[in-house]
Design a protein. Structure first.
Lengths: 115, 436
C-alpha cells in the first residue's frame, strides 16, 4: 500500500535555528531519505515553500475566488511529504517514527486511495 | 403427482418432528456460532482486512444454516460448512466491487480456501487467527474507546445494540463507531498480525487494556443484577482466557486473567441477602468462588515464575493477598502496601495512590493514611472521584473527626451513581452523624 507521510512543523521555530542546527537537520533528512531509498520503499518526496507562499483557489457559483494564504491557519504547517510504498500501516508507522519531522513536529500518515 | 405422497407422509410424521429438527439445527448453528464466530471472522478478514465484509458473509452463512439444516440435517463439520458458504458470499461480493486493486489477490485467496472448506473427510484446519484479530482491533491507530466494543463484536459476535447497552451508549452512536473502526482497519491497512518481539510488549498492553475495559464495564454493576453487564464481565473473561491461551509465555496476559478471576470470584459476595452492598472487608469468604480463586492463584504463580512483573500481575497479586483471608488468617497489609507502591511506581495513577492510602491505614494508622490522601488533594481529577471521598470519610470517621467525615460522605454520596452503593454510604454517614 502507498502512504503519504505529511510533515507538519511550526515554521516560526525554523526561523530561530542557528546555521549549525540547520545543517544538522538537513543531514538528518538526507540520511532518512537515503534509508527509504535503499529499502526500496520511496515513491516520491519534496519539501514545500513556507505557507506565506500559498494561494487558495475556490470556485463558487461559477465565480473563481483566489485567496492569498493557506487553506487553513494552523499552529503547525505542512512543510513537506514523503510518498512510500510498504506492506501495511505498521510498516508505515515505523518509517514515520524514524522521520526527523516526527521529532520536531508531527507526521500524519495517510493511506493513498488508488484510483 | 409423484412425490406428493411422501411429502404428505412427512407431514403426517408430525409437526413435532419438524419442530425438533428445526430446534436441533438452530442449536447446532448457535453452538457453531459461539465457538467459531471469531475464528471464522478472523480467518476470512485476515487477508482481505475486510472485517465488515467477513461479518456480512458469515451472517448470511448462519442464516442459510438455520433455514437449510432442518431439512438437510446438520453437517458433520458445521464450521467447515459455514466457512464454505461465507467464502462464496465473499467471492460474490468481491466480484461486484469495481476498481479494487486488491480484488484479484482476494479472489485468488478466497478460491484457494476451497481446500479447507470442502475436504470434510479430513480434520478441518481453520487456522486460528483470532489473536491477530485482537491486535488489529486494539491497534493504536483505532480510537481507544472503541477497541473493547470492537473486540466484543468481531470476536464474540455481539450486535451493536447489545454492546451499546452494556457500555451505556446510544445504539446508533455505538453502531456508527464500530462501522468507522472497521472502515479504518480496511482503508488504513492495519495488519492482522501478532507484533514481533520488539513491539509485542507495548502492543499486548493495549490489547489487555481493552479486555480489562470490557471487564470493568461489566463489573461496575455491583449487584450483578443487570444480566447484560454480568454477561459482559463473563465475555471479557472469555477474551482474557483466549489471550492467555494463545500467548502462554506472556505473564501479563496470565496476570490479567488472574485479576479478573479474583474479582469475579467475589462477585456474589458483594451483596448481602437483603440486597445491600457489602464492602470487601466485610464479605463472607464462604461466599467467594473457591475454584475461581484457585485458578487465579495458579495463573499468577505461573506468571510470577517468568520474572517479568507488570501492572496486571501486581493488581492480581493485591487481590490474591485479599483472598488469603479465606484461609481464616488475617490480611497481610504490609505486603499489600508494598504491592501498591510497586503499582504506583509503574502507573503513577492517583486511583492506585488512594487504594494504597487505605491499605496504609491498616499498617501505620488512620492519621498516616489521611496524610497520604492529603498529598493527593491537589489532583483536580479526584474532586469528582467517589472512592477518594469515601476513603477520606472512612478515615476521618475512625479518627472521630465526625463533622469532616460527614461532609466527605456527603460528597461521596453525591458522586455515586449506583443506588445500592449510595445507600451503603448514606448508612455510614448516618452512623457518623449519630455519634457526633
Amino acid at each position: 500500500m502507498q502512504y503519504l507521510l505529511m510533515l507538519y512543523a511550526a515554521e516560526s521555530e525554523a526561523a530561530q535555528r542557528t546555521p549549525d542546527e540547520m545543517q544538522a537537520r538537513i543531514a538528518a533528512y538526507g540520511a532518512y531519505t537515503r534509508a527509504l531509498d535503499e529499502a526500496g520503499v520511496l515513491v516520491g518526496r519534496d519539501r514545500l515553500q513556507p505557507v506565506a507562499s500559498a494561494t487558495t483557489v475556490r470556485v463558487a457559483d461559477g465565480k473563481t475566488e483566489v485567496l492569498h494564504g493557506p487553506y487553513a491557519d494552523t499552529r503547525e504547517q505542512l512543510g513537506g511529504y514523503y510518498l512510500i510504498d510498504v506492506a501495511d500501516l505498521d510498516v508505515a508507522i515505523s518509517w514515520a517514527t524514524r522521520c526527523p519531522g516526527a521529532s520536531h513536529g508531527s507526521v500524519e500518515v495517510r493511506p493513498v486511495w488508488k484510483m | 403427482m409423484p412425490g406428493r405422497e411422501p411429502r404428505q407422509r412427512r407431514g403426517e410424521a408430525g409437526l413435532e418432528d419438524v419442530a425438533s429438527r428445526a430446534a436441533e439445527a438452530a442449536l447446532a448453528a448457535e453452538r457453531a456460532a459461539r465457538r467459531s464466530y471469531g475464528k471464522l471472522v478472523a480467518f476470512l478478514a485476515a487477508r482481505t482486512r475486510d472485517v465488515a465484509g467477513a461479518e456480512d458473509a458469515l451472517s448470511e452463512a448462519f442464516a442459510a444454516a438455520l433455514s437449510g439444516w432442518p431439512a438437510s440435517g446438520v453437517p458433520d463439520n458445521p464450521e467447515a460448512w459455514l466457512l464454505t458458504v461465507a467464502r462464496r458470499r465473499m467471492i460474490d461480493a468481491a466480484r461486484r466491487r469495481h476498481g479494487d486493486e486488491a480484488l484479484a489477490v482476494q479472489l485468488q485467496w478466497l478460491q484457494s480456501l476451497e481446500l479447507i472448506g470442502e475436504q470434510q473427510d479430513e480434520t478441518p484446519a481453520v487456522p486460528d487467527e483470532r489473536l491477530a484479530l485482537m491486535f488489529a482491533c486494539a491497534h493504536p491507530a483505532i480510537d481507544a474507546g472503541v477497541r473493547a466494543p470492537l473486540m466484543l463484536q468481531v470476536i464474540l459476535g455481539f450486535d451493536a445494540a447489545t454492546i451499546a447497552s452494556a457500555f451505556l451508549v446510544a445504539p446508533s452512536a455505538m453502531g456508527q463507531r464500530l462501522v468507522r473502526a472497521k472502515a479504518k482497519i480496511r482503508a488504513s491497512g492495519i495488519p492482522f498480525r501478532v507484533p514481533g518481539a520488539t513491539e509485542l510488549h507495548e502492543r499486548l498492553a493495549v490489547v489487555l487494556d481493552a479486555v480489562y475495559a470490557a471487564y470493568a464495564e461489566g463489573w461496575s454493576d455491583a449487584g450483578g443484577t443487570e444480566a447484560r453487564r454480568r454477561n459482559l464481565a463473563e465475555e471479557a473473561i472469555w477474551l482474557g482466557r483466549l489471550a492467555a491461551s494463545l500467548l502462554p509465555g506472556e505473564p501479563e496476559a496470565l496476570g490479567l486473567l488472574a485479576l479478573m478471576l479474583h474479582a469475579q470470584a467475589r462477585r456474589g459476595a458483594r451483596r448481602g441477602d437483603d440486597g445491600r452492598y457489602v464492602p470487601l472487608a466485610e464479605q463472607d469468604t464462604a461466599r467467594w468462588d473457591a475454584a475461581m480463586i484457585d485458578e487465579a492463584e495458579a495463573l499468577l504463580h505461573h506468571a510470577a515464575s517468568m520474572k517479568r512483573a507488570g501492572r496486571y500481575q501486581l493488581e492480581a497479586a493485591i487481590q490474591s493477598a485479599h483472598a488469603d483471608r479465606r484461609r481464616g488468617g488475617g490480611t497481610d497489609w504490609p505486603a499489600i502496601v508494598r504491592l501498591y507502591d510497586g503499582l504506583h511506581a509503574l502507573t503513577g495513577s492517583p486511583v492506585v495512590a488512594i487504594n494504597r492510602a487505605v491499605a496504609l491505614a491498616q499498617v501505620e494508622g488512620e492519621a498516616a493514611a489521611l496524610h497520604a490522601l492529603d498529598a493527593l488533594a491537589g489532583d483536580a481529577r479526584l474532586a469528582q472521584y467517589q472512592p477518594y471521598w469515601a476513603a477520606r470519610a472512612g478515615l476521618l470517621a475512625r479518627l472521630d473527626r465526625h463533622g469532616e467525615a460527614e461532609a466527605a460522605y456527603e460528597l461521596a454520596i453525591g458522586l455515586e451513581s449506583d443506588p445500592v452503593v449510595r445507600e451503603f454510604l448514606q448508612a455510614r454517614r448516618a452512623s457518623v452523624a449519630g455519634s457526633a
